[in-house]
Design a protein around this ligand. Structure first.
Ligand code: GAR
Length: 203
């Protein structure tokens, strides 16, 4: 069985979408661990309610060692690490050990509104300010460059003149909930090839 570890920082609705896809038998994999970078977040409750093992690797406590602690927990235990609303930056050895085996969901069409400091509602505020007509979400591989790894899946979402950042966030989140389980499914079925900084989906 394909095994994943899921990293979270907040509400965990994207984690919820993976749990739902597994329960609905759309996705054949098991969540071995959910790791949060802060205590008390709702994502941890979601996982515990389903009997999934949870860990808090508090970045306030672990600081520069956060990524190494995550590696210690997940090494040899999972096939893929999924960043599902994880708002810290991974660095160091975990990126080498899990090369091409870490994915992230980002709430814009990368490379727009991405990179250091662009996360959560800030992404949508920037999109609204710029007046883009379309935004969306992206699942991409994770490497040393923030939001810079190979793009796996993207979904376009229209932006209306009257939208607030929150309106856009909600509209995009709905699409994230389809995109992320689909990405995990494609990888778990061996249908993704990475070549020359790009991905090819073999279906
Ligand atoms: C999601 O919109 C996700 O794309 C975003 O945080 C939100 C978490 O929601 N991630 C980033 O901005 C990463 N740069 P969730 O906790 O309900 O899944």
């Amino acid at each position: 069985m394909f095994k994943i570890g899921v990293l979270v920082s907040g509400g965990g609705s994207n984690l919820g979408s993976i749990i739902d896809a597994i329960e609905n038998k759309e996705l054949n994999c098991s969540i071995e661990a959910v790791i949060s970078d802060k205590p008390g977040v709702y994502a941890l409750e979601r996982a515990e309610a389903k009997g999934i093992k949870t860990f808090v690797v508090d970045k306030k406590e672990y600081k520069q060692e956060t990524s190494n602690k995550i590696l210690e927990i997940l090494k040899d235990k999972v096939d893929l690490i999924v960043l599902a609303g994880y708002l810290s930056i991974l660095n160091g050895e975990v990126l080498r050990e899990f090369r091409d085996r870490i994915i992230n969901i980002h709430p814009s069409l990368i490379p727009s509104f991405s990179g250091p400091g662009m996360y959560g509602i800030k992404v949508h505020e920037a999109a609204i300010k710029k007046g883009v007509k379309f935004s969306g979400c992206t699942v991409h591989y994770v490497n040393e460059e923030v939001d810079g790894g190979e793009i796996l899946l993207q979904q376009v979402v229209p932006v209306n003149f009257e939208d607030t950042a929150k309106d856009l966030q909600q509209r995009i989140l709905k699409e994230e909930h389809k995109l992320l389980p689909r990405a995990v499914k494609l990888i778990s079925e061996g249908k993704v090839e990475i070549k020359d900084g790009k991905t090819r989906i073999i279906e």
